[in-house]
Design a protein around this ligand. Structure first.
Ligand code: G6P
Length: 457
């Protein structure tokens, strides 16, 4: 059996230095889940190509594992990636109607690139393959593959929230998106709530029928399942036991010179609620002045989709509010918020998670959120508190051990920080143990085994 993975992002970046190319594995849930399988059992990963590349670029990772990159023009990137994917579907699915742009050129670009991806699949497909299409950038691919006569099971996983009918109906291409996805035989989402939204959209927009886990459409049966993706727990355990990671954490703790440290790691995206988080931190220092000088918060904000106005806007706003808090509460010798607008490698993140007494994961809405799982996996001593937004898909899994907050409520964020700092060691441990159990039991291998059923993990 050959596995064909289709995703917008590439599993490897080709780094060239002094004229020589070197493959660098990209970081992310999907890559750490599937890369080892493809290495072991062979297969193809189809993803977007590099700028200026004219023909499909094939890179042989092992004898049986091929990375095939679909060449995209700069118009493709503007209309398909920045346009329809990230200015239309992304905000709409995250319920930001005011940030959703409808532009028929975006749609044409999206359709064109989805066709390119489908063509690339048919070029490598052989009967008996299993195909896994990922995410909102490629919603039309499953149907295109069915039309090409592929009879093997097509899996699709939707990694972001699926919106309710009253949102999706605003989209002029709502039928095409649903029909595109329903070309798959199995469609996965992170939560039952998204499954339900999808079923209702299929019923109300297409007139499809459904029961528990099946949609009946066009004489076919399509399985829909809620199965949240997990992380590679062993990898995080390995990272947090590496001497240089442990040493960095220890030194950092000393240098910070405060009693308590908080951590936040997000892409700088308006869905992540950074402004609201900082307001909550500001409110905390206002309400509990005895903690000034004793708590520092470290926020990593990874640059993303920086060409888009909405992302520039959120950057301006976040810079401004961090400055406001520094100006209002900061004092010589104490920084309330350390804020870094850059990417960090997992080794460094592992050290930061180890240092942090609490993590603030407070997206306004999030498909799942893997940072919360990484924080838990990095807490080898089971000591630390996770403060988690009720609107992150992962809250369904982690609600028992985490302190759950409404991310729009700065008062609730301030109170949760206070509770985390006042919490007795025993309760911290009990809560972290509950979280650990979930993160370990429902890890990436569990996801893979359950979603792709007979692909061995
Ligand atoms: C989310 C999406 C992914 C996407 C990632 C980063 O997690 O579900 O499909 O790859 O964000 O976004 P980017 O636009 O940088 O690929």
């Amino acid at each position: 059996m050959k596995l064909i993975v289709v995703s917008n992002r590439e599993p490897y970046r080709v780094e060239t230095s002094r004229g020589r190319g070197r493959l660098e594995k990209t970081v992310g849930g999907l890559v750490s889940a599937l890369e080892p399988i493809l290495r072991k059992e062979g297969g193809v990963w189809i993803c977007w190509g590099r700028k200026g590349q004219k023909t499909p670029l094939e890179t042989r990772i092992t004898e049986d594992f091929l990375m095939k990159q679909v060449p995209l023009t700069s118009n493709d990137v503007s209309e398909y990636y920045y346009g329809f994917s990230n200015e239309t579907l992304w905000p709409l699915c995250h319920m930001f109607l005011n940030r959703t742009h409808f532009d028929s050129r975006y749609w044409l670009g999206y359709r064109r690139v989805n066709r390119k991806f489908a063509r690339a699949v048919s070029e490598v497909y052989t009967p008996g393959s299993k195909i896994l299409v990922n995410d909102y950038q490629l919603a039309l691919v499953p149907k295109l593959l069915k039309e090409q006569g592929i009879e093997d099971t097509i899996y699709m996983f939707w990694h972001i929230p699926f919106p309710p009918y009253f949102m999706l109906r605003f989209l002029p291409q709502r039928r095409e998106i649903l029909e595109g996805m329903l070309g798959a035989d199995v469609i996965g989402f992170h939560t039952q709530h998204y499954v339900h939204n999808f079923q209702e959209c299929a019923r109300d927009i297409l007139g499809a029928l459904y029961d528990d886990d099946t949609i009946y459409w066009n004489g076919r049966k399509i399985k829909v399942r809620a199965i949240p993706i997990g992380i590679d727990v062993e990898r995080w355990e390995r990272l947090t036991s590496e001497p240089k990671v442990v040493k960095y954490a220890r030194n950092l703790r000393k240098k910070l010179g405060v009693e308590y440290v908080g951590i936040g790691v997000d892409r700088l995206d308006y869905t992540k609620g950074l402004e609201e988080k900082f307001r909550g931190i500001g409110r905390f220092f206002e309400k509990y002045p005895s903690f000034r000088g004793k708590v520092s918060f470290i926020q990593i904000a990874a640059p993303t989709r920086t060409r888009l106005e909405d992302y520039m806007d959120i950057k301006r706003k976040t810079d401004e509010i961090v400055g406001m808090i520094e100006g209002k509460f900061g004092e010589p010798g104490w920084v309330p918020i350390y804020y870094y607008y850059k990417n960090y490698r997992d080794e460094r993140l592992a050290s930061l998670y180890m240092v942090a007494d609490f993590a603030l994961v407070t997206p306004l809405i999030d498909g799942l959120n893997l940072v919360s799982k990484e924080y838990v996996a990095s807490k080898r001593d089971n000591d630390g508190v996770l403060i988690l937004s009720e609107f992150a898909g992962v809250s369904v899994q982690l609600m028992d051990g985490a302190l759950i907050v409404n991310p729009f409520d700065e008062e609730a964020i301030a109170e949760a920080i206070y509770m985390a700092l006042k919490m007795r060691k025993r309760e911290r441990r009990e809560r972290m143990e509950m979280l650990k159990k979930k993160v370990v039991n429902e890890d990436i291998h569990w996801w893979l085994k359950n979603f792709l059923k007979d692909v061995s993990a």
